[in-house]
Design a protein around this ligand. Structure first.
Ligand SMILES: Cc1cc2nc3c(=O)[nH]c(=O)nc-3n(C[C@H](O)[C@H](O)[C@H](O)COP(=O)(O)O)c2cc1C
Ligand code: SF4
Length: 400
């Protein structure tokens, strides 16, 4: 059944930027740049395939705004003007695909989530709260360092605009630096950047206002947690207060996600889902009732800016129904588009199943660690065998 009359395939806007449909590629780390931040053909092919596959908006994998804030070795870098020409090639290949697809860059800083094999970044945070999973103690940032980080974010936004992107997403979710300021679990500061919800949001507010002065009318959105899944973190009760504060700071849309590395030290019973890396990407969600797992948090928010829902969006009919209920403006997906970059086109043309082919096994995380971003099911039999035979110990060693 062709779905061209579905609302999900109708045009919509973010800050006046016209998007051809309500389907977004959620930020997904590609592991496809060189270690010194130069572009590769793999990276360009990945974005070309996505642009040709029918998605309305692509958000790149997390890029780093600071040389010492790199979360992953083969990330896009944005801490120097020399990277503008590299990332311009990504924006160009998407626009040249001729499908009307738009692209935002996601900008981030690792903060306190620095893995054992990451020698590029020093773990830092609003406070020196250690992560029980990563076992590295962060250093608390000084007031001067916070100002430098705000500048690094706003300078990165200028570079993204100069490179021809259509907008930018500030990564303020999943426990990375900005997320750790928003969360009362990791932010114990007593200065102007900690304490009340207004003070915890201040770093994000300062980035947005500083960037807006430099880039003018350029879409700036953020990805935030509705649930940290840790005691004292953002949760059902505190999320509403947080989002109402964030709504006031001049962002053009909010993508709602959840989880941070710390929650992996909790049990399945405590969490309500199996604690696998990465916590925002839940496994065993073939049952429709387990999909779109942050939906309840965004019900009846009545925000003045669009809400993008991420996490377990797998079924086009369910998404169309949720859209008609009015709480969500856009749906974003990560894993389904790793398996099927042309999934939006397939759904629009009514080919195949109404559910994405991705089985939410998270083996693509191993692919990213060992090779570059790809679906394990799309690989040769030999690689499938290596990944399928990865023991729990392999996972532990890789993600400790
Ligand atoms: C391999 C992989 C890499 C990811 N990289 C990022 C990232 O760079 N930034 C981000 O905000 N989320 C990242 N995520 C999380 C996704 O954007 C998304 O929030 C999560 O996977 C849930 O959506 P899904 O069910 O559609 O996969 C990543 C997920 C996967 C599987
Ligand atoms: S490896 Fe493939 S099937 Fe498994 S979660 Fe990743 S994209 Fe989906």
């Amino acid at each position: 059944m062709i779905r061209d009359s579905y609302k999900i395939f109708s045009e919509a806007e973010i800050a006046g930027l016209k998007l051809k449909n309500r389907l977004v590629r959620s930020a997904t780390y590609e592991a496809a740049m060189t270690k010194d931040g130069m572009i590769t053909d793999k990276m360009l092919m990945l974005y070309k395939n996505l642009a040709e596959g029918g998605i309305g908006l692509i958000i790149t994998g997390h890029t780093t705004v600071a040389a010492n804030g790199k979360a992953n070795p083969k990330q896009v870098c944005l801490f120097d003007d020399k990277f503008i020409n590299e990332i311009k090639l990504i924006a160009d290949i998407v626009h040249k695909a001729g499908s009307g697809c738009k692209i935002f860059a996601q900008i981030s800083h690792a903060g306190r989530q620095v893995m054992h094999d990451n020698h590029d970044a020093e773990p830092v945070g609003p406070s020196d709260i250690p992560c029980p999973v990563l076992k590295k103690s962060p250093r608390s940032l000084s007031a001067e360092e916070i100002q430098n980080i705000i500048k690094a974010f706003s300078d990165a936004i200028v570079r993204v605009q100069k490179a021809g992107f259509d907008g930018v997403q500030i990564h303020a979710a999943h426990g990375w630096l900005i997320s750790s300021f928003l969360s009362p679990y990791t932010n114990k500061r007593t200065d102007e950047y900690g304490g009340s919800v207004t003070k915890r949001v201040k770093i994000l507010r300062d980035i947005v206002s500083s960037a807006k002065q430099k880039v003018g009318r350029f879409p700036i959105i953020a990805k935030i947690n509705c649930e940290d899944h840790v005691a004292e973190g953002i949760g059902r009760d505190s999320f509403k207060e947080l989002i109402l504060e964030i709504e006031k700071i001049g962002l053009d849309a909010i993508e709602v996600s959840g989880g941070m590395w710390d929650c992996l030290s909790r049990s399945k019973e405590e969490l309500g889902f199996i604690p696998v890396p990465i916590p925002e990407a839940r496994t065993r969600i073939s049952d429709r009732g387990k999909q779109s797992y942050f939906l309840d948090y965004v019900r009846k928010l009545d925000l003045s800016i669009p809400v993008i829902l991420v996490g377990g969006n797998r079924n086009i009919e369910s998404m169309e129904r949720i859209l008609s209920e009015g709480d969500v403006s856009f749906f974003s997906m990560s894993r389904p588009l790793i398996k099927e970059p042309d999934l939006p086109k397939r759904w629009l043309e009514g080919r195949g199943k109404e559910t994405a082919e991705c089985v939410s096994c998270n083996s693509c995380l191993l692919m990213v660690k060992l090779f570059y971003l790809s679906c394990m099911l799309n690989q040769s039999k030999i690689i499938q065998k290596i990944v399928k035979n990865a023991t729990p110990m392999t996972w532990k060693l890789i993600f400790k």
